[in-house]
Design a protein around this ligand. Structure first.
Ligand SMILES: Nc1nc2c(c(=O)[nH]1)N[C@H]1C(S)=C(S)[C@@H](COP(=O)(O)OP(=O)(O)OC[C@H]3O[C@@H](n4cnc5c(N)ncnc54)[C@H](O)[C@@H]3O)O[C@H]1N2
Ligand code: MOO
Ligand SMILES: [Mg+2]
Length: 395
């Protein structure tokens, strides 16, 4: 059995790269950008008024003028105009092009309009309320580097530079498989000896947060059925996530089936709780990566977040957000294995605290909604003290 740190390192050594694809702008939301995005013109592309008011040439103020004859009204979307005399002004709206021969905008609140003239009530600063052409970025500047997650902010930038199609990293094709004769569909009424499938649906939901829509498959505990189906699934997918069938039971066929299909075992069993019988391997010919999680619900859930999530970030070239929390009570782990304890986190005085949740072991599926993460407690003789910082995996 290997330690958690060794297992984690081995998983991270098997990151994959699934090439790139071009998608429509709005479909790129949540995806990882695969190209640099440059400013196609200056930002802003013209001297732009930032207030509704009047545009003047500041030299008129220096000469002591405070009343200006209004030459016209400018709205956003009008081509640039030209002021014919420094004794005049234009009324100008936010977003409109500042006219030639003007350099300063005074907002309506500081102006009185009367008989076609505007009188200013206070002395403005030269250049005020003008968002200068190219002041945010000049043409050709890199606005977005590749390997960033596309959120609403990036969509706005992509739209502004005219990217109706965006190059993004491809997502893996994923199959999520449940195994077990006791499992029935959500819509069924289970017999007394049966339970409804839940793990694979939790995995489906977690994957969909990453924009991955997996194929879902259920297999009975029949070696031949498992073998035939996994042979096909290996060919058709980049990643397989399994739940169940990896421990010591007479019907836990996954490890031997995987090896019979040429999936090379990287490790089986990790000194951790929950999630100990985790099996991880790769089929080199079709470069499919197999995460075979132990069937107990908390084990499947924990291992997805502890191993798969950072691995997937690694594949996408994204840094995995490492996080620590402050323990709000002492907790021991003098076992010779790494413990992952469910916690509820909360913020207080600018710090993030974690409160351990009592659960009924790794079969206690209902406990998962009371927590929002797992803290990682490596084996250690002395107690983890109240106030100590420990790593946390968000769920
Ligand atoms: N002799 C030993 N027995 C067990 C060991 C051990 O080391 N020696 N390890 C225990 C640990 S720890 C775990 S975790 C489980 C892992 O079992 P498997 O991966 O073989 O999973 P199954 O036997 O198929 O099922 C276990 C449990 O989980 C439920 N399950 C499975 N799949 C689902 C699903 N999709 N949705 C909901 N629930 C699911 C299943 O009904 C069982 O109750 O082994 C221990 N045993
Ligand atoms: O380690 Mo198992 O994953 O606790 O139930
Ligand atoms: Mg089992």
């Amino acid at each position: 059995m290997i330690s958690f740190d060794e297992a984690f390192e081995k998983v991270m050594q098997h990151t994959q790269n699934w090439a790139v694809q071009t998608v429509d702008l709005l479909e790129s939301t949540g995806r990882v950008l695969a190209e640099p995005v440059l400013a196609d013109r200056d930002f802003p592309p013209f001297d732009r008024s930032t207030k509704d008011g009047i545009a003047i040439h500041f030299s008129a103020i220096e000469k002591g003028r405070s009343t200006f004859q209004i030459e016209g009204v400018l709205s956003a979307g009008m081509p640039q105009q030209s002021l014919s005399s420094a004794d005049h002004c234009f009324e100008i709206m936010t977003g409109a092009v500042v006219p030639q021969n003007t350099d300063t905008v005074i907002m309506y609140e500081q102006v009185t309009l009367e008989n076609g003239s505007a009188t200013i009530q206070s002395i403005p600063k030269k250049g005020q309320n003008v968002h200068k052409k190219g002041s945010d970025a000049i043409t050709g500047k890199v606005l977005l580097q590749p390997d960033c997650r596309i959120t609403g902010a990036e969509i706005g930038i992509l739209a502004t530079v005219g990217k109706s199609h965006v190059s993004v990293k491809k997502l893996p094709k994923v199959c999520v498989i449940s195994t077990g004769n006791e499992l029935v569909d959500v819509s069924e009424i289970p017999l007394p000896h049966q339970i409804r499938k839940s793990n694979t649906l939790s995995l489906y939901a977690a994957l969909s947060k990453e924009n991955i829509i997996p194929e879902l498959l259920h297999l009975t505990d029949d070696k031949k059925v498992i073998q035939e189906n996994i042979a096909r699934v290996l060919q058709e997918n980049d990643v397989i996530l399994l739940s169940g069938g990896v421990s010591k039971g007479k019907f836990d066929f996954i490890p031997e089936v995987m090896e019979s299909l040429g999936v090379e075992k990287v490790f089986h069993r990790v000194a951790q709780r929950p999630g100990k019988p985790f099996w991880f391997g790769t089929q080199k010919e079709c470069s499919t990566v197999v995460f075979s999680f132990p069937g107990n619900p908390v084990s499947t859930f924990a291992n997805y977040h502890i191993y798969f999530a950072p691995w997937f970030y690694g594949c996408m070239g994204l840094p995995y957000p490492k996080k620590e929390v402050v323990l709000d009570q002492p907790i021991r782990n003098d076992l010779p294995l790494t413990r992952f304890v469910q916690v509820k986190t909360y913020a207080e005085k600018g710090r993030l605290f974690a409160s351990p949740i009592k659960d009924g072991g790794s079969g206690d599926l209902a406990s998962l909604s009371k927590s929002d993460g797992f803290i990682c407690l490596r084996p250690r003789e002395h107690t983890y003290e109240k106030g100590e910082l420990v790593p946390v995996y968000d769920t």
